[in-house]
Design a protein. Sequence first.
Lengths: 278, 205
Amino acid sequence: MTFIKTLAVATVMTAAAGSAMAQEASKLQEVLDRGYLVLGTGSTNPPWHFMDSDNTLKGFDVDMGRLVAKALFGDPDKIQYVQQSGDARIPNLVTDKVDLSCQFMTVTAERAQQIEFTIPYYREGVGLLLMANGDYADYDALKAAGDDVTVAVLQNVYAEEMVHAALPEAEVDQYDSVDLMYQALNSGRAEAAATDQSALRWFMVQNPGRYEDAGYAWNPQSYSCGVKPGDQRWLNFVNTVLHEGMTGVEFPFYAESFKTWFGEELAVPKIGFPVEYK
Amino acid sequence: MNLLDGLGDTILISVSSVVLGTILGVFVGLAMTYGQRWLRFIVRLYIDFLRGTPVFVLILACFYVLSVVGVDLTAFQAGVLALTLFCSSHVGEIVRGALSAIAVGQTEAAKSIGLTFMQTFVYVLLPQALRQILPTWVNTATEIVKASTLLSIIGVVELLLATQQVIARTYLSLEFYLFAGFVYFLLNFVIEQAGRAVERRISIP
């Protein structure tokens, strides 16, 4: 009996010591001690992450990292960037090359088996870009026109299927690069360009008054940051920061970034009953 | 400014990989030619393994596999390491070929007049081998310049990634890719011309 008791006490103590150690070993403490955040992101996809002409990384993903750095150190610039390709997002997290990756990462179940996702900070979808003075005013007009409409899209295995999900009869022209796709729209070879809602918004921000959003978006995908699995403390921290960026004290930071990159003024979260339980 | 930084990195990566790879490669070649049987076997494995692996895989391995076993290299260091290893295997093979083409009688003659191995190598073998080595070595150097573009995958901002960054901002893909292609051509053209000039200098009239 005493033996079992001793064993039980020892087990509890070991477990307690273990959890205390796990807490000490959290990435949160490591980052705080280091004094800067190591953020993994890309450098070739505006408005998400791109190298601006003044040689600094900018974009919405970068701003999410800056929000986390601000929460950690009171200074959004305390970041060391690791520029990574899309394929490197998961390997760099798993091998500890970065503390956090914010790089327009679509949340999928397959990825969630390898890393842990934070709460989403944007919902991506496909939209239709039109010329502001074009023949078709909006999505309904495009749909009514049937196969008279040609849609320019970036080359992709699923491109045709994707466009036909919104405009079943439209002609689909695939292009090799974004500039050629926009060129097709500008020159009238296509009546609309189907592209990510974010890219479309950014293009409209850069060329005010020239283009219009057809007002219909489909193919929803959540974008989240990712962390190495197994560190609940760190994950919770980043989640809290993002959550308060979208609903709480850091809302002005988030909203300003949103306005800069997507040209849209966000409504202030409703005061009173918490928005997330509506 | 951005592109200039990228070009600087491309040159730095290429030069350091070729220099380090050549030094390592000469030892590999010497070991292949004059080493004991067991050493030759190990070096043979080294050469075949590195030459049989795509450079791309080597780069990923140096960056990720090493960090799993606790060696934490930056992307730049890992990239230079991968290209150095790749270069050394090629140079090793070139050096071995050149040395074994020199008649054994010369080594024996050097030995008979009392030269040490090092003296034999520097005064007798190397000058002759160099003429054999140079043209293929220049080829290897241009291969390394081209292979340095692969470092963009692990996030080294060399000329290609710097170009892609400009394209992302300006949407001028054709123009900037053509420009980058021209710069790479220019780099390799300079290397080839320099190689030819040296070849002419050391050729026996």
